[in-house]
Design a protein around this ligand. Structure first.
Ligand code: NAD
Length: 337
C-alpha cells in the first residue's frame, strides 16, 4: 500500500499540531488546514502541507479534498466552553456547520475514517466518573455542538458507511497551547499571568476538580487510532485519570515557574464542579500507557512557555450576548506590555 494521506484540521493549534507530528513520524503525508484564529503558524510541524483557510468555507474544503484524502483528523474548533453561552452563532457556525462541510466532503470522497475530537463537555454534570455508555446531556453550546457532530457521524455511518472514531478528551495541556486566550486553557492562563507578574485568577474557591492531561497522553492515541479496526464506529474517553483541584494546579504551576503562588479569586461562574472520566475502553483498544504525572507535564510545558514568552490576552470581539457575562472576563487581565 502506498503512502496514506491524512487531513488534519486545526493543525496550527495545540492538539492538531501534535497529532500531525505523530502522523508524519508514522509515515503519513499530512495536509493541514487552519484559519489561524486560535493557532500559530510556528506550531505547524515541518513536513505538513499547510493550507491556510477556514473549514466554514465549503469551496476551500472541497478543494482540499480534491487531491485525495485517506483519513480525516478533525480538531479545528473554537473550544472556549464557558464563553460559548455568549457566542452561540459563532460557536455553532464554527463547531457544527464547519464540521458538516468536512463530513460532506468525507462522504463524497469515501475517506477511510473520520477521527473527530469531541469533548467530555458532552456529558454535562452527570455521574462520575464519566463513561462512554452514559446518556450525554451537554449543558452549554460548546458541548451541544460537539454532541451534534457525534450524532451526525453516526447517521453518516448508517447512511453512507462513513467510518469514524470519536474521542472525548478533557483538560489537555502542554507545549504549543494557546496561553494567551483568557477564556480557556487554565494551565496556560496561569503561566501567562505569572509571566506578566500578575496573580493567577481562580473562579470561585478553586476546589473544583479536573483530571489535567498532558498532551502526550492524548495526541499519540488519536494519531494511532486509525490502525485499530476495533476503534471503528466507537467513542472513547482519553486522558489522565487523577483529578486535581484548581488550587492544587495553581500551586504546582507557581512552584514550577519559580514564584510564590499569588491568587485572585473571582466570583464563581456556572461550570461543572467535578469532571473526570473512565478510560477503560481506550486502554482496552489502544493499550494501557503510563500517564505523565502532573508535575512532570507542567515542568515540560513551563520550559516551553518561558522560551516563547508571555502572550497578549485580548478580549473576544464578537460577544453576542452580554447578559450574566462572568465578571473576571471583563477585567483587563494582562498588563499588555
Ligand atoms: N485542549 C483540550 O483540553 C481539549 C479538550 C477536549 C476537546 N478538545 C478539542 O480538541 C480540538 C483541538 O483543541 P485545542 O485545545 O488544540 O485548541 P486550539 O485552539 O489550540 O486548536 C484549534 C485550532 O483550530 C483552528 N480553527 C478554529 N476555527 C477554525 C476554522 N473555522 N477553520 C480552520 N481552523 C480553525 C484554530 O486556529 C486553532 O489552531 C478542538 O476540537 C477541541 O474542541 C480539546
Amino acid at each position: 500500500m502506498g503512502t496514506k494521506t491524512s487531513l488534519v484540521t486545526g493543525v496550527a493549534g495545540f492538539l492538531g499540531s501534535h497529532v500531525a507530528r505523530h502522523l508524519i513520524h508514522g509515515g503519513h503525508r499530512v495536509v493541514g488546514i487552519d484559519d489561524l484564529s486560535g493557532g500559530f503558524i510556528e506550531n505547524v510541524p515541518e513536513g505538513v502541507d499547510f493550507r491556510p483557510g477556514s473549514i466554514n468555507d465549503d469551496t476551500f474544503v472541497r478543494g482540499t479534498f480534491s487531491e485525495g484524502i485517506d483519513y480525516v483528523f478533525h480538531l479545528a474548533a473554537y473550544a472556549a466552553e464557558g464563553l460559548s453561552h455568549y457566542i452561540r452563532v459563532f460557536n455553532y457556525t464554527n463547531n457544527v456547520i464547519g464540521s458538516m462541510n468536512l463530513v460532506n466532503a468525507a462522504i463524497r470522497n469515501s475517506v477511510r475514517r473520520f477521527v473527530f475530537t469531541s469533548s467530555i463537555a458532552v456529558y454535562g454534570a452527570g455521574q462520575l466518573p464519566m463513561k462512554e455508555g452514559m446518556e450525554p446531556s451537554p449543558e452549554d453550546p460548546y458541548g451541544i455542538a460537539k454532541y451534534a457532530v457525534e450524532l451526525d457521524l453516526r447517521a453518516a455511518r448508517e447512511q453512507f458507511g462513513l467510518d469514524f472514531t470519536v474521542f472525548r478528551p478533557h483538560n489537555v495541556y502542554g507545549e504549543n497551547q494557546n496561553i494567551g486566550d483568557r477564556y480557556r486553557n487554565v494551565v496556560g492562563i496561569f503561566m501567562n499571568q505569572i509571566m506578566h507578574d500578575e496573580p493567577m485568577t481562580v473562579f470561585g474557591d478553586g476546589t473544583q476538580t479536573r483530571a489535567f492531561s498532558y498532551v502526550d497522553d492524548v495526541a499519540p492515541v488519536l494519531a494511532d487510532s486509525i490502525n485499530h479496526e476495533s476503534a471503528s464506529g466507537r467513542t472513547f474517553n482519553v486522558g489522565a485519570d487523577t483529578p486535581y483541584s484548581v488550587l492544587r494546579l495553581a500551586s504546582v504551576v507557581a512552584q514550577t515557574m519559580g514564584v510564590e503562588p499569588k491568587i485572585q479569586h473571582l466570583p464563581a461562574r456556572k461550570e461543572v464542579e467535578h469532571a473526570f472520566s473512565d478510560h477503560t475502553a481506550s486502554k482496552e483498544v489502544f493499550g494501557a500507557r503510563e500517564t505523565v504525572p502532573l508535575e512532570v507535564g507542567i515542568s515540560r510545558m513551563a520550559k516551553w512557555a518561558k522560551r516563547v514568552g508571555p502572550r497578549q490576552s485580548n478580549p473576544f470581539t464578537g460577544i453576542e450576548v452580554r447578559k450574566n457575562f462572568p465578571m473576571g472576563w471583563d477585567l483587563e487581565m494582562d498588563s499588555g506590555s
